[in-house]
Design a protein around this ligand. Structure first.
Ligand SMILES: Cc1ncc(COP(=O)(O)O)c(C=O)c1O
Length: 478
Protein backbone atom coordinates (compact mmCIF):
# COMPACT_ATOMS: atom_id res chain seq x y z
CA UNK A 1 0.00 0.00 0.00
CA UNK A 2 1.16 3.48 -0.77
CA UNK A 3 -0.07 6.18 1.54
CA UNK A 4 1.05 9.09 3.64
CA UNK A 5 0.64 9.10 7.40
CA UNK A 6 -0.76 12.62 7.43
CA UNK A 7 -1.38 15.30 4.82
CA UNK A 8 1.75 17.07 6.09
CA UNK A 9 3.99 14.41 4.53
CA UNK A 10 2.82 15.57 1.11
CA UNK A 11 4.54 18.96 1.42
CA UNK A 12 7.16 19.48 -1.30
CA UNK A 13 8.11 17.38 -4.35
CA UNK A 14 6.15 19.74 -6.58
CA UNK A 15 6.41 19.36 -10.37
CA UNK A 16 8.46 21.39 -12.82
CA UNK A 17 6.29 22.26 -15.80
CA UNK A 18 7.52 23.67 -19.09
CA UNK A 19 5.93 26.95 -20.15
CA UNK A 20 5.08 26.57 -23.82
CA UNK A 21 3.03 29.47 -25.10
CA UNK A 22 3.84 32.59 -23.11
CA UNK A 23 7.51 31.85 -23.89
CA UNK A 24 7.03 31.97 -27.67
CA UNK A 25 10.04 33.36 -29.52
CA UNK A 26 12.44 32.85 -26.61
CA UNK A 27 15.37 30.43 -26.84
CA UNK A 28 15.91 28.95 -23.35
CA UNK A 29 13.92 26.16 -21.73
CA UNK A 30 11.67 27.92 -19.20
CA UNK A 31 10.25 25.74 -16.41
CA UNK A 32 7.73 26.68 -13.72
CA UNK A 33 8.06 25.15 -10.24
CA UNK A 34 4.36 24.76 -9.49
CA UNK A 35 3.95 25.25 -5.73
CA UNK A 36 0.15 25.11 -5.71
CA UNK A 37 0.65 21.33 -5.56
CA UNK A 38 1.53 21.66 -1.87
CA UNK A 39 -1.37 20.57 0.39
CA UNK A 40 -2.05 24.09 1.67
CA UNK A 41 -1.83 25.39 -1.89
CA UNK A 42 1.41 27.39 -1.73
CA UNK A 43 5.18 27.46 -1.36
CA UNK A 44 4.62 28.53 2.26
CA UNK A 45 3.80 25.00 3.37
CA UNK A 46 7.53 24.27 3.22
CA UNK A 47 8.73 26.84 5.79
CA UNK A 48 5.58 26.41 7.90
CA UNK A 49 6.17 22.72 8.62
CA UNK A 50 9.91 23.22 9.15
CA UNK A 51 9.44 26.13 11.58
CA UNK A 52 6.92 24.11 13.62
CA UNK A 53 8.87 20.85 13.69
CA UNK A 54 12.10 22.60 14.69
CA UNK A 55 10.22 24.41 17.47
CA UNK A 56 8.94 21.05 18.68
CA UNK A 57 12.46 19.59 18.64
CA UNK A 58 13.84 22.56 20.55
CA UNK A 59 11.08 22.49 23.15
CA UNK A 60 9.65 25.85 22.08
CA UNK A 61 6.33 24.26 21.20
CA UNK A 62 4.92 21.51 23.38
CA UNK A 63 1.75 19.39 23.15
CA UNK A 64 -1.28 21.56 23.90
CA UNK A 65 0.65 24.67 22.82
CA UNK A 66 -0.56 27.57 20.72
CA UNK A 67 0.85 28.80 17.40
CA UNK A 68 0.48 32.57 16.94
CA UNK A 69 1.54 34.47 13.81
CA UNK A 70 0.66 37.83 12.28
CA UNK A 71 -0.18 36.73 8.74
CA UNK A 72 -3.10 36.92 6.38
CA UNK A 73 -1.49 35.04 3.60
CA UNK A 74 -0.25 31.64 2.64
CA UNK A 75 1.83 31.11 5.79
CA UNK A 76 -1.39 31.38 7.79
CA UNK A 77 -2.94 28.59 5.74
CA UNK A 78 0.14 26.39 6.18
CA UNK A 79 0.23 26.96 9.95
CA UNK A 80 -3.52 26.43 10.35
CA UNK A 81 -3.28 23.13 8.50
CA UNK A 82 -0.34 21.95 10.63
CA UNK A 83 -2.11 22.98 13.83
CA UNK A 84 -5.18 20.99 12.75
CA UNK A 85 -3.13 17.84 12.15
CA UNK A 86 -0.95 18.16 15.25
CA UNK A 87 -3.66 19.35 17.60
CA UNK A 88 -2.33 22.83 18.45
CA UNK A 89 -4.41 25.90 19.01
CA UNK A 90 -3.68 28.39 16.21
CA UNK A 91 -4.29 32.13 16.43
CA UNK A 92 -3.68 34.21 13.31
CA UNK A 93 -3.68 37.98 13.56
CA UNK A 94 -4.82 39.65 10.35
CA UNK A 95 -5.35 43.26 9.28
CA UNK A 96 -8.94 44.34 8.61
CA UNK A 97 -8.29 44.92 4.89
CA UNK A 98 -8.07 41.17 4.39
CA UNK A 99 -10.84 39.67 2.27
CA UNK A 100 -13.50 37.74 4.19
CA UNK A 101 -12.80 34.72 1.97
CA UNK A 102 -9.26 34.49 3.34
CA UNK A 103 -10.48 34.71 6.93
CA UNK A 104 -13.04 31.99 6.16
CA UNK A 105 -10.29 29.79 4.74
CA UNK A 106 -8.20 30.06 7.93
CA UNK A 107 -11.27 29.37 10.07
CA UNK A 108 -12.10 26.35 7.90
CA UNK A 109 -8.92 24.72 9.24
CA UNK A 110 -10.05 25.55 12.77
CA UNK A 111 -7.75 28.54 13.31
CA UNK A 112 -8.86 31.50 15.44
CA UNK A 113 -8.60 34.76 13.55
CA UNK A 114 -8.06 38.08 15.34
CA UNK A 115 -8.84 41.05 13.09
CA UNK A 116 -6.98 44.31 13.86
CA UNK A 117 -7.14 47.76 12.20
CA UNK A 118 -5.01 48.35 9.10
CA UNK A 119 -4.83 52.10 9.55
CA UNK A 120 -2.32 52.10 12.42
CA UNK A 121 1.49 52.20 12.27
CA UNK A 122 3.56 49.04 12.83
CA UNK A 123 4.68 50.44 16.21
CA UNK A 124 1.14 51.04 17.51
CA UNK A 125 -0.09 48.67 20.24
CA UNK A 126 -3.04 47.89 17.95
CA UNK A 127 -0.88 46.91 14.96
CA UNK A 128 -0.98 43.34 13.94
CA UNK A 129 2.64 42.76 14.94
CA UNK A 130 1.99 44.23 18.41
CA UNK A 131 -1.20 42.25 18.94
CA UNK A 132 0.55 39.00 17.93
CA UNK A 133 3.46 39.76 20.30
CA UNK A 134 1.10 40.57 23.15
CA UNK A 135 -0.88 37.35 22.66
CA UNK A 136 2.36 35.34 22.50
CA UNK A 137 3.55 36.89 25.77
CA UNK A 138 0.22 36.38 27.53
CA UNK A 139 -0.83 32.88 26.43
CA UNK A 140 1.08 30.12 28.25
CA UNK A 141 2.78 27.71 25.82
CA UNK A 142 2.47 30.11 22.89
CA UNK A 143 5.02 30.05 20.08
CA UNK A 144 5.39 32.62 17.30
CA UNK A 145 7.25 31.24 14.26
CA UNK A 146 8.09 34.75 12.96
CA UNK A 147 8.69 33.89 9.32
CA UNK A 148 10.61 37.12 8.65
CA UNK A 149 13.47 36.24 11.02
CA UNK A 150 13.18 32.50 11.70
CA UNK A 151 16.19 30.81 10.00
CA UNK A 152 14.08 27.70 9.44
CA UNK A 153 12.14 29.58 6.77
CA UNK A 154 15.09 29.80 4.30
CA UNK A 155 16.42 26.51 5.66
CA UNK A 156 13.24 24.74 4.46
CA UNK A 157 14.07 25.87 0.93
CA UNK A 158 17.75 24.99 1.32
CA UNK A 159 16.66 21.47 2.26
CA UNK A 160 13.77 20.95 -0.17
CA UNK A 161 13.13 23.51 -2.95
CA UNK A 162 16.81 23.81 -3.92
CA UNK A 163 17.57 20.05 -4.05
CA UNK A 164 14.31 19.33 -5.91
CA UNK A 165 15.13 21.87 -8.62
CA UNK A 166 18.71 20.60 -8.90
CA UNK A 167 17.52 16.99 -9.30
CA UNK A 168 14.61 17.78 -11.60
CA UNK A 169 16.89 19.68 -14.01
CA UNK A 170 19.72 17.13 -13.73
CA UNK A 171 21.89 19.99 -12.55
CA UNK A 172 21.32 21.87 -15.83
CA UNK A 173 19.59 24.91 -14.30
CA UNK A 174 21.35 28.15 -15.30
CA UNK A 175 18.94 30.77 -13.88
CA UNK A 176 16.61 30.79 -10.87
CA UNK A 177 13.86 33.41 -10.81
CA UNK A 178 11.73 34.05 -7.68
CA UNK A 179 9.62 36.77 -6.11
CA UNK A 180 10.43 37.98 -2.62
CA UNK A 181 8.24 38.44 0.43
CA UNK A 182 10.16 37.39 3.53
CA UNK A 183 12.98 36.44 1.15
CA UNK A 184 12.98 32.88 2.53
CA UNK A 185 12.30 31.15 -0.79
CA UNK A 186 14.96 32.89 -2.81
CA UNK A 187 17.61 32.89 -0.07
CA UNK A 188 17.38 29.21 0.88
CA UNK A 189 17.00 27.95 -2.69
CA UNK A 190 19.80 30.17 -4.02
CA UNK A 191 22.17 29.11 -1.25
CA UNK A 192 21.72 25.43 -2.16
CA UNK A 193 21.97 25.96 -5.92
CA UNK A 194 25.06 28.15 -5.58
CA UNK A 195 26.80 25.48 -3.54
CA UNK A 196 26.14 23.04 -6.39
CA UNK A 197 27.13 25.45 -9.16
CA UNK A 198 28.34 28.98 -8.32
CA UNK A 199 27.58 30.12 -11.89
CA UNK A 200 23.80 29.81 -11.52
CA UNK A 201 22.32 33.28 -11.74
CA UNK A 202 19.75 34.29 -9.12
CA UNK A 203 17.09 36.80 -10.16
CA UNK A 204 14.96 38.48 -7.48
CA UNK A 205 11.62 39.80 -8.65
CA UNK A 206 9.99 42.75 -6.97
CA UNK A 207 6.70 44.62 -7.45
CA UNK A 208 6.78 48.35 -8.17
CA UNK A 209 6.46 50.06 -4.77
CA UNK A 210 8.75 47.64 -2.87
CA UNK A 211 12.19 48.56 -1.59
CA UNK A 212 14.06 45.31 -2.46
CA UNK A 213 14.77 46.58 -5.96
CA UNK A 214 15.42 50.11 -4.72
CA UNK A 215 11.97 51.56 -5.37
CA UNK A 216 10.31 53.95 -2.93
CA UNK A 217 7.78 52.20 -0.70
CA UNK A 218 4.29 52.67 -2.14
CA UNK A 219 1.06 50.70 -2.28
CA UNK A 220 0.51 47.99 -4.87
CA UNK A 221 -2.06 45.26 -5.42
CA UNK A 222 -0.10 42.08 -5.99
CA UNK A 223 -0.19 40.01 -2.78
CA UNK A 224 2.46 38.21 -0.73
CA UNK A 225 5.55 39.90 -2.15
CA UNK A 226 7.55 43.11 -1.77
CA UNK A 227 8.40 44.82 1.51
CA UNK A 228 8.93 48.26 3.00
CA UNK A 229 11.78 46.93 5.15
CA UNK A 230 14.53 44.35 4.57
CA UNK A 231 13.70 41.25 6.61
CA UNK A 232 16.46 39.27 8.29
CA UNK A 233 15.64 36.27 6.06
CA UNK A 234 16.40 38.12 2.83
CA UNK A 235 20.04 37.40 1.95
CA UNK A 236 20.49 40.09 -0.65
CA UNK A 237 24.11 39.20 -1.41
CA UNK A 238 22.91 35.98 -3.07
CA UNK A 239 20.91 37.92 -5.65
CA UNK A 240 22.64 38.85 -8.93
CA UNK A 241 19.89 40.94 -10.41
CA UNK A 242 16.53 42.45 -9.55
CA UNK A 243 13.68 42.84 -12.00
CA UNK A 244 10.85 45.21 -11.10
CA UNK A 245 7.36 44.44 -12.41
CA UNK A 246 4.14 46.49 -12.37
CA UNK A 247 0.80 45.28 -11.00
CA UNK A 248 -0.72 45.49 -14.46
CA UNK A 249 1.95 43.31 -16.08
CA UNK A 250 1.80 40.83 -13.17
CA UNK A 251 -1.96 40.34 -13.37
CA UNK A 252 -2.06 40.29 -17.15
CA UNK A 253 0.59 37.56 -17.22
CA UNK A 254 -1.15 35.64 -14.40
CA UNK A 255 -4.34 35.57 -16.49
CA UNK A 256 -2.39 34.45 -19.56
CA UNK A 257 -0.87 31.58 -17.58
CA UNK A 258 -4.39 30.33 -16.80
CA UNK A 259 -5.72 30.75 -20.33
CA UNK A 260 -2.69 29.71 -22.34
CA UNK A 261 -0.84 27.26 -20.12
CA UNK A 262 -3.77 25.95 -18.04
CA UNK A 263 -1.99 27.06 -14.88
CA UNK A 264 -4.44 28.87 -12.60
CA UNK A 265 -1.90 31.07 -10.87
CA UNK A 266 -1.80 33.74 -8.18
CA UNK A 267 -0.66 37.27 -9.02
CA UNK A 268 2.92 36.80 -7.85
CA UNK A 269 3.33 33.93 -10.38
CA UNK A 270 2.58 36.50 -13.07
CA UNK A 271 5.19 38.84 -11.55
CA UNK A 272 7.80 36.07 -11.58
CA UNK A 273 7.04 34.94 -15.13
CA UNK A 274 7.22 38.50 -16.53
CA UNK A 275 10.73 38.70 -15.08
CA UNK A 276 11.69 35.22 -16.36
CA UNK A 277 10.63 36.18 -19.89
CA UNK A 278 12.48 39.47 -19.64
CA UNK A 279 15.82 37.94 -18.68
CA UNK A 280 15.34 35.13 -21.23
CA UNK A 281 15.45 37.57 -24.11
CA UNK A 282 19.24 37.63 -23.89
CA UNK A 283 19.68 33.88 -23.27
CA UNK A 284 20.43 30.92 -25.56
CA UNK A 285 19.06 27.41 -26.24
CA UNK A 286 21.56 26.07 -23.70
CA UNK A 287 20.01 27.98 -20.82
CA UNK A 288 17.53 26.46 -18.40
CA UNK A 289 15.46 29.00 -16.48
CA UNK A 290 13.46 27.86 -13.45
CA UNK A 291 10.79 30.27 -12.26
CA UNK A 292 9.06 29.61 -8.95
CA UNK A 293 5.25 29.91 -9.06
CA UNK A 294 4.28 30.50 -5.38
CA UNK A 295 0.53 29.79 -5.30
CA UNK A 296 -2.66 29.13 -7.23
CA UNK A 297 -5.43 31.41 -8.47
CA UNK A 298 -8.51 30.20 -6.56
CA UNK A 299 -7.99 32.77 -3.83
CA UNK A 300 -8.04 35.58 -6.40
CA UNK A 301 -11.13 34.79 -8.48
CA UNK A 302 -12.91 37.98 -7.42
CA UNK A 303 -9.76 40.04 -7.92
CA UNK A 304 -7.30 39.48 -10.78
CA UNK A 305 -9.60 36.97 -12.51
CA UNK A 306 -12.55 39.39 -12.46
CA UNK A 307 -12.69 41.62 -15.56
CA UNK A 308 -14.59 44.20 -13.55
CA UNK A 309 -11.91 44.34 -10.84
CA UNK A 310 -9.21 44.58 -13.50
CA UNK A 311 -11.00 47.46 -15.21
CA UNK A 312 -11.79 49.24 -11.92
CA UNK A 313 -8.09 49.20 -11.09
CA UNK A 314 -7.03 50.37 -14.54
CA UNK A 315 -5.34 47.06 -15.42
CA UNK A 316 -7.63 46.32 -18.37
CA UNK A 317 -9.21 48.60 -20.98
CA UNK A 318 -12.97 48.98 -21.22
CA UNK A 319 -14.66 46.21 -23.23
CA UNK A 320 -14.44 46.44 -26.99
CA UNK A 321 -18.10 47.26 -27.42
CA UNK A 322 -17.77 50.26 -25.16
CA UNK A 323 -18.64 53.71 -26.40
CA UNK A 324 -18.57 57.10 -24.82
CA UNK A 325 -21.71 58.73 -23.45
CA UNK A 326 -21.45 61.19 -26.35
CA UNK A 327 -21.73 58.40 -28.91
CA UNK A 328 -24.90 57.06 -27.32
CA UNK A 329 -26.54 60.47 -27.21
CA UNK A 330 -25.72 60.89 -30.90
CA UNK A 331 -27.21 57.51 -31.72
CA UNK A 332 -30.35 58.33 -29.77
CA UNK A 333 -30.80 61.49 -31.80
CA UNK A 334 -29.93 59.59 -35.00
CA UNK A 335 -32.69 57.09 -34.33
CA UNK A 336 -35.04 60.04 -34.01
CA UNK A 337 -36.19 58.61 -30.70
CA UNK A 338 -36.71 61.62 -28.49
CA UNK A 339 -34.91 64.87 -28.18
CA UNK A 340 -32.07 64.02 -25.85
CA UNK A 341 -32.88 66.34 -23.00
CA UNK A 342 -36.28 66.92 -21.46
CA UNK A 343 -36.01 68.58 -18.07
CA UNK A 344 -37.99 70.65 -15.63
CA UNK A 345 -36.72 73.59 -13.59
CA UNK A 346 -37.03 73.90 -9.81
CA UNK A 347 -39.43 76.83 -10.18
CA UNK A 348 -41.74 74.95 -12.61
CA UNK A 349 -45.02 73.70 -11.17
CA UNK A 350 -45.99 70.09 -10.63
CA UNK A 351 -48.90 70.66 -13.02
CA UNK A 352 -46.47 71.66 -15.79
CA UNK A 353 -44.38 68.59 -14.94
CA UNK A 354 -47.39 66.27 -15.17
CA UNK A 355 -48.22 67.81 -18.57
CA UNK A 356 -44.67 67.25 -19.82
CA UNK A 357 -44.68 63.65 -18.57
CA UNK A 358 -47.97 62.94 -20.36
CA UNK A 359 -46.87 64.66 -23.56
CA UNK A 360 -43.61 62.68 -23.84
CA UNK A 361 -44.86 59.45 -22.26
CA UNK A 362 -42.17 59.42 -19.58
CA UNK A 363 -42.44 58.98 -15.84
CA UNK A 364 -39.28 60.62 -14.52
CA UNK A 365 -37.34 63.75 -15.28
CA UNK A 366 -34.17 65.45 -14.11
CA UNK A 367 -34.56 68.81 -12.44
CA UNK A 368 -32.08 71.28 -13.89
CA UNK A 369 -31.53 74.96 -13.08
CA UNK A 370 -31.71 77.67 -15.77
CA UNK A 371 -27.92 77.58 -16.05
CA UNK A 372 -27.87 73.80 -16.56
CA UNK A 373 -27.01 72.38 -13.13
CA UNK A 374 -28.42 68.97 -12.26
CA UNK A 375 -30.09 69.60 -8.88
CA UNK A 376 -32.81 66.98 -8.41
CA UNK A 377 -35.27 64.58 -9.93
CA UNK A 378 -39.00 64.30 -10.14
CA UNK A 379 -41.10 61.26 -11.00
CA UNK A 380 -44.71 60.10 -11.26
CA UNK A 381 -44.74 58.89 -7.65
CA UNK A 382 -43.73 62.33 -6.33
CA UNK A 383 -46.31 63.97 -8.59
CA UNK A 384 -48.98 61.53 -7.41
CA UNK A 385 -48.10 62.24 -3.78
CA UNK A 386 -48.64 65.97 -4.31
CA UNK A 387 -52.12 65.32 -5.64
CA UNK A 388 -52.84 62.68 -2.96
CA UNK A 389 -51.87 65.09 -0.20
CA UNK A 390 -54.43 67.55 -1.62
CA UNK A 391 -51.77 70.09 -2.51
CA UNK A 392 -52.56 72.23 -5.55
CA UNK A 393 -50.28 70.95 -8.35
CA UNK A 394 -50.48 74.27 -10.16
CA UNK A 395 -49.13 76.05 -7.08
CA UNK A 396 -46.58 73.48 -5.86
CA UNK A 397 -43.11 74.01 -7.28
CA UNK A 398 -40.87 71.18 -8.39
CA UNK A 399 -38.06 72.52 -6.19
CA UNK A 400 -40.18 72.07 -3.04
CA UNK A 401 -40.84 68.35 -3.56
CA UNK A 402 -38.05 67.05 -5.83
CA UNK A 403 -35.86 64.07 -4.91
CA UNK A 404 -32.06 63.78 -5.04
CA UNK A 405 -30.40 64.38 -8.42
CA UNK A 406 -29.73 61.42 -10.73
CA UNK A 407 -26.05 60.46 -10.94
CA UNK A 408 -24.18 62.67 -13.35
CA UNK A 409 -21.52 61.69 -15.92
CA UNK A 410 -19.41 63.73 -18.26
CA UNK A 411 -20.12 63.41 -21.99
CA UNK A 412 -16.72 61.71 -22.40
CA UNK A 413 -17.44 59.05 -19.74
CA UNK A 414 -17.16 55.41 -20.83
CA UNK A 415 -20.46 53.55 -21.11
CA UNK A 416 -18.90 50.96 -18.82
CA UNK A 417 -18.95 53.45 -15.91
CA UNK A 418 -22.57 54.33 -16.60
CA UNK A 419 -23.50 50.65 -16.82
CA UNK A 420 -22.12 50.19 -13.30
CA UNK A 421 -24.25 53.05 -12.00
CA UNK A 422 -27.38 51.35 -13.37
CA UNK A 423 -26.34 48.12 -11.72
CA UNK A 424 -26.48 49.99 -8.40
CA UNK A 425 -30.16 50.57 -9.05
CA UNK A 426 -30.28 54.06 -10.60
CA UNK A 427 -33.06 54.61 -13.12
CA UNK A 428 -31.48 57.32 -15.22
CA UNK A 429 -28.24 59.28 -15.47
CA UNK A 430 -27.69 62.86 -16.49
CA UNK A 431 -24.95 63.56 -19.03
CA UNK A 432 -23.11 66.84 -18.67
CA UNK A 433 -20.85 68.91 -20.85
CA UNK A 434 -18.65 71.38 -18.93
CA UNK A 435 -20.76 70.55 -15.90
CA UNK A 436 -24.04 71.49 -17.57
CA UNK A 437 -26.74 68.93 -18.33
CA UNK A 438 -26.91 68.12 -22.03
CA UNK A 439 -28.72 64.78 -22.13
CA UNK A 440 -29.99 61.77 -20.23
CA UNK A 441 -29.41 58.06 -20.68
CA UNK A 442 -31.62 55.24 -19.43
CA UNK A 443 -31.08 51.50 -18.98
CA UNK A 444 -32.94 51.00 -22.24
CA UNK A 445 -30.50 53.21 -24.12
CA UNK A 446 -27.61 51.06 -22.91
CA UNK A 447 -29.49 47.84 -23.54
CA UNK A 448 -30.53 48.64 -27.09
CA UNK A 449 -27.02 49.86 -27.85
CA UNK A 450 -25.43 46.64 -26.61
CA UNK A 451 -27.98 44.48 -28.44
CA UNK A 452 -27.18 46.25 -31.68
CA UNK A 453 -23.51 45.61 -31.04
CA UNK A 454 -24.02 41.91 -30.47
CA UNK A 455 -26.20 41.44 -33.55
CA UNK A 456 -23.87 43.35 -35.87
CA UNK A 457 -20.42 42.21 -34.92
CA UNK A 458 -18.88 44.08 -37.87
CA UNK A 459 -19.65 47.24 -35.96
CA UNK A 460 -17.66 46.18 -32.92
CA UNK A 461 -15.09 48.87 -32.50
CA UNK A 462 -11.78 48.23 -30.91
CA UNK A 463 -10.06 51.41 -29.87
CA UNK A 464 -11.15 54.68 -28.42
CA UNK A 465 -9.78 56.49 -31.49
CA UNK A 466 -11.87 54.35 -33.81
CA UNK A 467 -15.06 54.76 -31.85
CA UNK A 468 -15.94 58.31 -32.56
CA UNK A 469 -15.72 58.31 -36.36
CA UNK A 470 -17.59 55.00 -36.63
CA UNK A 471 -20.34 56.25 -34.35
CA UNK A 472 -20.63 59.27 -36.60
CA UNK A 473 -20.80 57.00 -39.62
CA UNK A 474 -23.52 54.90 -38.02
CA UNK A 475 -25.53 58.03 -37.40
CA UNK A 476 -25.28 58.99 -41.05
CA UNK A 477 -26.39 55.51 -42.05
CA UNK A 478 -22.98 54.51 -43.42
C1 LIG B 1 1.71 34.57 -3.02
C2 LIG B 1 3.13 34.66 -2.54
N1 LIG B 1 4.10 34.81 -3.43
C3 LIG B 1 5.37 34.93 -3.04
C4 LIG B 1 5.75 34.91 -1.71
C5 LIG B 1 7.19 35.14 -1.34
O1 LIG B 1 7.81 34.13 -0.63
P1 LIG B 1 8.94 34.43 0.43
O2 LIG B 1 8.28 34.94 1.68
O3 LIG B 1 9.58 33.10 0.67
O4 LIG B 1 9.91 35.42 -0.11
C6 LIG B 1 4.74 34.78 -0.76
C7 LIG B 1 5.05 34.82 0.65
O5 LIG B 1 4.17 34.90 1.50
C8 LIG B 1 3.40 34.64 -1.19
O6 LIG B 1 2.39 34.52 -0.30
Amino acid sequence: MKYFNTILETVGSTPLVKLNKVTKGLKPLILGKVEVFNPGGSVKDRPSIRMIEEAEKNGLLKPGGTIIEPTSGNTGTGLAQIAAVKGYRCILVVPDKVAQEKINLLRAYGAEVVVVPTSVSASSHESYYSVANKLTAEIPGAFQPNQFANPNNPEAHYLSTGPEIWDQTDGKITHFVATMGTGGTISGTARFLREKNPKIRIIGVDPEGSIYSGDLAASYKVEGIGEDFIPRNAELKLIDEFVRVSDKDSFTMGRRLAREEGLLCGGSCGTAVVAALKISQDLSENDVVVVLLPDGGRGYLSKMYSDEWMRDNGFMPAPEYSYLAADLLDRKKGRGKISPLIVVHPEDTIQATINAMELHGIDQLPVVTEDGHNVGHINDVIAMQVVYERKDPSKTTVGSVMGRPFPQFDINAEIDQIYKSFRLGNAMVVITKENKACGVLTKFDIMSHLREKISSSDQVLSTKEERKPKAEKAKLGA
